[in-house]
Ligand binder design. Structure first.
Ligand code: ATP
Length: 243
């Protein structure tokens, strides 16, 4: 079976500086895949390049189509969606208007169903649909950013640091929703510094350091890896040395 997303030998540079080198990754149907790694490892750069915001050298096949030369909006139309690290909401617009922006390319009837789906997933957004986005709490803003990305009914949702700046109880809520998305047939590519939470929910994981993947495997195996535990989970597994 071919993967939903397949990135092969990706290189991404800012001018002469190569921020991502020789990276290959796959996300299957109905899979949650996480990329964990320290600040500056290149995770955001990789997601932005898959979305088409940055240029990438290599191959990116999505739903059977080579998308590397497609514009961002054509990638959205193909079923890719990104929730950016800083959420990028329109603070002076209402919740509903922010969601509407996520549906600007789709037919009215489809958009109506998207609103229903997003409000069922995030009842809180429905309650606050007339409120200005800038007055929402951090957790609600993350929900809105996810909701907007879901308006076009993507096959793959890419999430960049959804837990950033949120209290643990809200993070648990957001991660529960990510699990619900998979159950609803959406695949997820999750970039996270909160490795613990990400590895708990993901099926598979890639570990990124200095622009390269240094490890990959099932989330369970990666969580049990001594080096990962010491570097990203803040503890060492008993009886193992952390190297
Ligand atoms: P973070 O969690 O901080 O976002 P990250 O793993 O997502 O970290 P990136 O933001 O992708 O990492 O950064 C990867 C590398 O590329 C870093 O060395 C960073 O300094 C560099 N970089 C990021 N954006 C730019 C830019 N616009 N111009 C030049 N270099 C950049």
């Amino acid at each position: 079976m071919s993967a939903l997303l397949s990135v092969s030998d990706a290189h991404i540079a800012y001018g002469k500086v190569e921020a991502v080198r020789s990276v290959s990754l796959e996300v299957g149907d109905n899979e949650i895949v996480t990329i964990i790694g320290a600040n500056g490892a290149g995770k955001t750069t990789l997601l932005n390049a898959i979305m088409g915001i940055l240029q990438l050298k290599g191959r990116v096949v999505f739903a059977g189509e080579d998308i590397v030369r497609l514009e961002i909006e054509d990638r959205v139309a193909a079923g890719l969606s990104l929730v950016p690290e800083h959420r990028e909401l329109f603070a002076t617009m209402s919740v509903e208007d922010n969601l509407q922006l996520g549906a600007f390319r789709i037919a009215r009837a489809v958009a109506a169903r998207s609103f229903e789906r997003v409000y069922a997933l995030f009842p809180r957004l429905k309650e606050r649909r007339r409120q200005l986005a800038g007055t929402l709490s951090g957790g609600e803003q993350q929900m809105l950013a996810m909701g907007r990305a879901l308006m076009g009914a993507p096959k793959l949702l890419m999430l960049d640091e959804p837990s950033l700046g949120l209290a643990p109880i809200i993070v648990a809520d957001i991660f529960r929703t990510i699990g619900e998305l998979r159950a609803a047939g959406v695949s997820v590519l999750l970039v996270e510094q909160n490795a613990q939470a990400a590895l708990q929910i993901a099926d598979r994981a890639y570990v990124m350091e200095l622009g390269e993947f240094i490890l990959d495997g099932s989330a369970k195996d990666i969580a049990a890896n001594a080096r990962v535990a010491a570097s990203y989970l803040g503890f060492t597994h008993e009886g193992e040395s952390a190297v």
